[in-house]
Write a new protein. Structure first.
Length: 1093
């Protein structure tokens, strides 16, 4: 790899670097063996202090458990991501991590519910853990916190079916660690094994198998050791041997086959599809070339139609191979440039009569969802661990082809599969009446086969049939009474086999997959593993917790059900809590600090709103669950978990109060700082937009200042969801504090903050100050600023853009980009910026589109990146591809109303009117919120009403609108309509529009004199926000935004915003312009666009 310095390079240096890169590509080979899991913070790997590995092998099933202890040497708390791809027939079976000093097991949860619960807890700044399966059998989990100068324990286990190679099963343990570990322990047990396992490679000193109760075991313990050699173990088996294991009414069996090989007819004409997308850059090219070397040497003479592809068809050539000489084609493969997304919609209309199709790909489609429908046998070849093995298998199976996984086969073994016809499992017969067996349809097999079933009796038998085509060549009898009993993993093995069957049509079988995953503890495309901190989080989302919390969980649920029956109309008012404080004879009198805002504003309704922030230290709030009475014996050490602010000995110290020595004064300073913080940050104009009734309205917030001084567990009760969300937003902005102490020990402190709103009928907005208690009316008249507005310069001037700008031709710039990207390959914003550069400055749309498609290729499971790519496609009028991308976003984020709206707009752009209508109607009717845990943003519905009216007016007669309540739809058109959306979740961006009269419309001033109107402020989610104006005056309308940032803001992954500018919206004169804006700095105020009317 060539390192690119942060300076501009000369063309001479560029050519030297480019030639060196080509040489490296020709000489480098890659290892794609299964890698051990690695924890990273950003690009830095977190140090592993100790590692315990336990391997248990039963027949051809191995379960490997990594018990890892990570150490953080820094003085700050770290957040890491555990990311690891698993190979074919590998599945995660366990995930656990340290929570408050104890190991907590993860539980299986519906994937959407897992995300909802995870993100809700994260918003309280209490991070749980969620492990998800992504595309290509790739797993990810976020690990937090990794304490400063402290340790974090993570346990991960996976199961795999072992590979059989003639004389035995082979187990490969990846140990490619570079750093020395304080402790390293390894234990391997092979159960019910006749012959001793053999360590073929990577023998560690002291590692030797010994016979132990019909099992073989080896164990080794090391200190200050670097485990840098993978271990390969052979488990000897006999030809034609079989093994059956039983648990209750489940069975699992595997058998060694010795089929008579049948030579495949030599092809005279073939097609090779060569995946040249970015994800294939690390392919094992040497192994693939070795396979083709053997094949062409054997076949000798053949006509080859070669097609390389990424986002589009890149190369199409025909080669006539004679006497096995394929040097020209080989040179083509070696010089392939890997760039762009993966699009399988490449048609092969010219060559329908070839004998064989070879697809060299990882099976991960980032730009299409095509399936193989031809009857011509397809040979799928893959050399990468991170791959969609299931998709490649499916394409091969339906055409009577085969899947060659070069990560688990040698080139010689793969060539044998090319040379000979595919041996197949054809079906089974059994005397069991209700047996449920998988696989239950014909599948390709090698020299081993495994099957699982349920609903069996001890006397049952199963006969397996194998052969070529539909002709039975071999039958194997399984007498289940001969099976090894009480093997507890058997039900999971059966479930895994059934899962493989269901995943062939995953979308149609989604509900069955979810039920199977949750019942048998499987991580699937629709289920995940989650760890939550508090039992109440499991209760809130009805996620059954691990064993240590199950009793408490069930008791709480029983109490809730009991109180529902006892109080059918809701819980009675709470009884005030009695607090006895030991060691303090003084009477506690809560201090009350009141203030009213001195800020003034004019709302959009005839209401007068006064705000009274009553920062009473502690008030009683109704519990979310029934109260418990706990009896605590005297003279016992009590672990203090949380103390109310009113009785804390040493209160938390707010920044700026550190110099105050007196405890009571420091406490008072804390409350005053809270008061000022809320006053400065609370959006007081919000209340006037909510149409609340006259009188006093109260919001009560309760939050915790933790032992580390962070704000967590924010709970708010108010008369309106928008007020609650605003209070939460303000409290999340509180700075980190010095934690409180009780009896000399740092503790969490509970603080309660009542806020009272008084709403009176009047024409003006009046605020009262606490000091004078005098009324004053403040009316602000808009005044014209002296400056002239202009759109800010939004040109991207990063180092990499400057380097590319020095080239005169698009070809030179593209060649340099191929070198330059090695430094920025993990930064999605890089592809956006470079794609725009090629489009706008080099006018090279082909290069621009290919580079932009890398956004989807980089991480097809990252909805935030895919939203950016979808925006880019819409800006470039690539609307059909945008539909595919937003369909994927909806799959990934079905809990977000914005996902439905994004896809509805994409459908409308391509004329799929009914599909668009159905999605809009789901938002408006609330159908998409039937899952009670989904967040419902009222402003999304209001904007969707405008958009469904636009749709139905433009496509009258083409849409069935019977499901829509037409009385709720506004029948308006707009001279000016401006909408902003953004790609990052839980991001606060405010839309402002400055009209030709220089009046600014925003959440603080929601209506203008000429009729401009702004939608409700969105402080969470992805937007949208909307400005509408029915009758526009001539002039310039400037779009201004205020960007407040988000919790996960990173330089390499900035927020992108889509600005859509309409003129004459909903009329025949309608025009639309889309702009994509890159936002980098929080608290940024920018004028991002101008609309001239």
């Amino acid at each position: 790899m060539i390192a690119i310095q942060n300076t501009l390079v000369s063309k001479t240096d560029f050519m030297k670097n480019f030639l060196l890169l080509i040489c490296l590509l020709l000489l480098t080979t890659f290892s794609n063996a299964q890698e051990p899991p690695v924890l990273k913070t950003g690009k830095t790997q977190v140090g592993l202090s100790s590692l315990d590995i336990t391997v248990e092998i039963v027949g051809n099933i191995a379960t490997t458990t990594f018990d890892m202890l990570y150490y953080n040497p820094k003085n700050e708390v770290l957040e890491g991501e555990l990311s690891f791809p698993l190979g074919e027939n590998f599945n995660v079976s366990r995930f656990a991590l340290d929570v408050n000093g104890k190991l907590r097991e993860a539980v299986v949860v519906d994937k959407e519910l897992g995300r909802i619960a995870f993100e809700a807890v994260v918003r309280r700044r209490v991070d749980p853990a969620l492990l998800e399966k992504g595309t290509g059998n790739n797993y990810k989990a976020r690990i937090y916190p990794i304490p400063a100068k402290g340790y974090k324990r993570v346990v991960l286990a996976y199961e795999q079916e072992l590979i059989n190679k003639k004389d035995g099963f082979y187990f490969d343990l990846p140990l490619n660690f570079k750093n020395k570990l304080d402790k390293f322990n390894l234990e391997i047990t092979v159960f019910e094994q006749e012959d001793s396992p053999v360590i073929e490679e990577g023998n560690v000193s002291g590692l030797k198998f010994e016979n132990w109760q019909r099992n073989f075991r080896t164990k080794v313990q090391k200190e200050n050791y670097t485990p840098n050699k993978s271990i390969l173990i052979k488990i000897p088996t006999k030809v034609d041997s079989k093994k059956i294991v039983i648990f209750d009414d489940y069975f699992y069996a595997h058998t060694i086959l010795n089929p008579k090989k049948k030579i495949r007819k030599k092809a005279t004409e073939i097609t090779i599809f060569w995946d040249a997308s970015l994800s294939m850059k690390d392919r094992d090219l040497a192994k693939e070339i070795e396979l083709l070397d053997r094949y062409f040497s054997y076949i000798e003479n053949v006509k080859v139609h070669f097609k390389s592809f990424s986002n589009v068809l890149v190369t199409e050539k025909t080669y006539n191979i004679r006497n096995g000489n394929w040097n020209d084609l080989k040179s083509e493969l070696k010089n392939t440039i890997y760039d762009g997304g993966t699009n399988y919609t490449i048609k092969d209309a010219k060559h329908k009569n070839v004998d064989l199709v070879l697809l060299f790909s990882d099976g991960i489609q980032s730009l299409s969802d095509e399936t193989y429908t031809s009857t011509i046998p397809l040979i799928a070849v893959n050399s990468l661990t991170k791959s969609n093995h299931a998709a490649l298998n499916k394409m091969a199976q339906i055409s009577n082809g085969t899947y060659l996984n070069l990560t688990s086969k040698t080139a010689l073994e793969a060539f044998s599969d090319l040379k000979y016809e595919q041996y197949r499992f054809l079906g089974f017969t059994s005397n069991a009446k209700n047996i449920d067996v998988y696989p239950n349809m014909p599948v390709n097999v090698g020299n081993t086969f495994s099957i699982a079933g349920k609903n069996i009796n001890n006397s049952d038998s199963v006969i397996l049939h194998f052969g070529y085509g539909t002709t039975v060549e071999q039958s194997v009898v399984l007498n289940l009474k001969d099976g090894q009993k009480n093997v507890t993993t058997v039900p999971r093995m059966w479930a895994q086999k059934k899962l493989v069957y269901l995943q062939k049509n995953a979308k149609e079988n989604k509900s069955q997959i979810v039920n199977l995953g949750t019942n048998y503890g499987l991580v699937t495309d629709y289920t995940s593993l989650i760890v939550l901190e508090a039992v109440m989080d499991y209760v809130r989302y009805k996620i059954e917790p691990p064993a240590e919390l199950l009793e408490e969980y069930n008791k709480i649920l029983a109490d809730i059900e009991l109180n529902k029956k006892k109080y059918p109309n809701g819980m009675p008012p709470p009884i005030h809590e009695l607090i006895d404080v030991v060691e303090d004879d003084m009477e506690i009198e809560e201090s009350v600090i009141e203030f009213r805002s001195t800020n003034s504003f004019r709302g959009n309704t005839n209401t007068q709103t006064s705000f009274q922030f009553d920062t009473t230290d502690e008030v009683q709030t109704q519990s979310l669950v029934p109260n418990r009475i706990l009896n605590v014996e005297a003279d016992k050490d009590i672990e203090i978990e949380e103390v109310p602010f009113s009785i804390i000995e040493d209160s938390p110290v707010f920044p700026g109060c550190e110099s105050i020595g007196n405890r009571s004064d420091r406490k008072r300073c804390f409350s005053q700082k809270i008061q000022k913080h809320v006053e400065a940050n609370f959006n007081m104009a919000l209340v006037s937009t909510l149409n609340l009734p006259e009188g006093r309205q109260r919001a009560t917030a309760m939050f915790t200042i933790t032992e580390t001084g962070t704000i967590e567990t924010i709970l708010v009760r108010s008369s309106h969801e928008r007020i609650s969300e605003e209070v939460k937003r303000v409290l999340r902005l509180l700075p980190q504090m010095t934690p409180g102490q009780q009896r000399g020990k740092k503790v969490s402190v509970r603080y309660t903050l009542p806020i009272i709103f008084t709403i009176n009928a009047n024409g003006n907005t009046i605020t009262q100050t606490a000091q004078s208690q005098q009324n004053e009316t403040v009316i602000k008249k808009p005044r014209k600023p002296k400056i002239r507005f202009q759109v800010d310069d939004l040109t991207v001037n990063t180092v990499y853009v400057k380097e590319l700008r020095q080239f005169k031709t698009k070809e030179e710039a593209y060649d340099f980009y191929l070198i330059q990207r090695t430094k920025y390959v993990g930064i999605p914003a890089y592809y956006v910026d470079v794609s725009n550069l090629f489009r706008d400055e080099f006018k090279a749309h082909d290069f621009s589109e290919r580079i932009a498609s890398n956004i989807a290729e980089t991480d097809f499971d990252n909805y935030e990146l895919l939203k950016v790519y979808g925006y880019q496609l819409q800006e470039n009028n690539q609307n059909w591809l945008a539909v595919f991308i937003f369909k994927r976003v909806l799959e990934l984020r079905s809990e977000d109303s914005q996902s439905y709206r994004d896809l509805a707009l994409a459908y409308e752009n391509v004329g799929k009117c009914q599909e668009a209508f159905d999605l809009f109607e789901g938002i408006i009717s609330g159908e998409i919120y039937k899952n009670a845990h989904r967040r419902n943003f009222a402003s999304v519905k209001q904007i969707a009403l405008n958009e469904i009216h636009h749709l139905t007016e433009n496509y009258k007669g083409d849409i069935d609108t019977s499901a829509l309540d037409k009385t709720s739809v506004p029948k308006e058109t707009f001279d000016v309509r401006i909408v902003v959306d953004w790609n990052h979740n839980d991001t606060d961006i405010d839309l402002h529009v400055i009209d030709p009269n220089l009046e600014e419309c925003s959440y603080k001033h929601t209506r203008t004199k000429i009729g401009g109107k702004i939608s409700q402020d969105m402080t969470q989610g992805f937007g949208p926000e909307e400005f509408t104006l029915k009758n526009a005056i001539k002039g310039d309308y400037f779009v201004k935004i205020k960007y407040f940032g988000d919790r996960y803001q990173k330089i390499e992954n900035p927020t992108f915003m889509k600005v859509t500018l309409y003129k004459y919206y909903g009329t025949k004169k309608e025009t639309k312009e889309v702009k994509i804006i890159r936002l980098a700095e929080s608290n940024e105020k920018l004028i991002v666009a101008k609309l001239r009317f």
